[in-house]
Design a protein around this ligand. Structure first.
Ligand code: ZN
Length: 175
């Protein structure tokens, strides 16, 4: 149980002081978690060094809050996992994220629903929102992205197949 005055986010499990306010349109989170994500995003938009890695934070937050199954949320999870794969396993620059997502959507691949893992990772938005310097922020965002990606490991193989399909190599079995 979360201590009095706090609540655990239904998406990532982060325990934060309760707050009112908005939540995401279709991704499920506590208002406090969404607000913390807003703070991390705001810091990224005012600092070019933070902004360069910000897609890692966008992807990590999205896959820790997959939302109820639907066409929109299933595609969201797929695209964010695909870019996490490219950034973390292939060393692609996170700055390329928005362009990659546009290209992935244009491919019109049928992204089936992936059952979200019960455990979404040890690192949540709490780590980057607590960081005070740019260096800490960037390190925290990287840790967060790795943790979120690792949490989805039962589906890594499917994600690699989608990346292959997006690249036009067709899907094929991989180990
Ligand atoms: Zn959350």
């Amino acid at each position: 149980m979360a201590p009095t005055g706090t609540s655990a986010c239904p998406g990532c499990g982060a325990v934060l002081a309760e707050s009112g306010g908005a939540t995401h349109r279709y991704l499920t989170s506590s208002a406090a978690c969404f607000a913390a994500y807003g703070v991390v995003s705001a810091r990224a938009y005012e600092d070019p060094a933070r902004r360069r890695v910000h897609q890692l934070a966008v992807d990590a937050w999205a896959v820790q809050h997959p939302g109820a199954p639907s066409r929109v949320t299933d595609q969201s999870v797929a695209l964010h996992l695909m870019t996490l794969y490219l950034f973390l396993e292939e060393g692609v620059e996170p700055e390329q994220g928005p362009a990659l997502h546009r290209s992935m959507v244009a491919r019109r691949i049928a992204y089936e629903h992936l059952e979200p893992p019960a455990d979404r990772g040890d690192v949540t938005v709490v780590t980057p929102v607590s960081a005070t310097t740019t260096t800490e922020h960037i390190g925290a965002v990287r840790l967060w992205a790795k943790s979120a990606w690792r949490a989805w490991s039962p589906h890594h193989r499917q994600v690699r197949e989608w990346v292959d399909a997006w690249r036009g190599r067709g899907s094929r079995p991989r180990g």
